[in-house]
Design a protein around this ligand. Sequence first.
Ligand SMILES: [Zn+2]
Length: 347
Amino acid sequence: MTHNDVDVLTWTLKGAAGEPLENDQQLLNRRIAYDGGALLFQDYGVISVEPEQPGDKDVVLSCAVHGDETAPIEIVRDIIHAILRGEIKPVQRTLFLIANPAAISIGKRFVDMNMNRLFSGAHANGDTPEHHRAANLEHYVSSFYANAPVGERRRFHYDLHTAIRDSQYEKFAVYPFTHGAPYKKEQFTFLAECGVETLLLNQAPTTTFSYYSARTHGADAFTVELGKVRPFGENDRSKFAAAERMFTALICERELCLPTFDPVRTKVYDVYRTINRTVENFTLHFPDDVANFTAFAKGELLATDGDTEYRVSQDGERIIFPNAKVALGQRALLTVVELPVEGLQLV
Ligand SMILES: [Zn+2]
């Protein structure tokens, strides 16, 4: 039996909505062999790759933690379809996650809660479908890493996103807080080969999916921003070709051939300030369409939170992820400053 005509995204969305596809289109709990291994459809949007002779990497590729970020969903869907059609043959254990089907179905970032604030246990503080899904996703990631063959292994998790707004750097990745561990040159190079030549270093624990995998499972994990949000079918896939090629190579090659680390290739930014919205009366003092990583002059007013003013306090300070409409107590804006790569502890 062939499954060339099964669309894993339709299967995921219909199944998660309680309207599962029928008969041979129904993949739940099925194993479908490819030449060299099998795909296991564990749950709607949870698909693992089990090679017969797995390499030493365990790779998680997730998309749709934000439901309207379609390009990463198309990338993950097409990699799975390429495996089903026999066009690519993974040799590394891989877990594909389509994180928030309910949000995809309504074309929104989320239904009730921003899922990328619900990991590392934060899902226990609420009872929405997103809280439950985040708990389930942690469970699937845990068992995926736990069920790896014994021996020395390397864990990876790339959580793929696109951003709501334009960016001075179209592609960038967030490097979760390492708790003092050195940054990995190999990951700088891998991400640069994906077209991601800007890194933002987080300096504190967060409740993002990538921090969860980094902290709880020791994975090299990143939130990867691949471009701007567009509707399904309107993504210019040529802009994502390098990332697609590298993720495919990561799971299909036994040893990835990467160029030598080049310290001038990647720009690194450090979080300088986190500005939270604490009251209803919160305003950002720049236009809605200002791009991520835009630099502001020293002294300029960025935000007012009630009576508190936030002004640029350092030349070269840039804004990122502004969102005045976040829930009270959440982050409304980050500012970042560039950091010389030579100053970082690298391994
Ligand atoms: Zn996102």
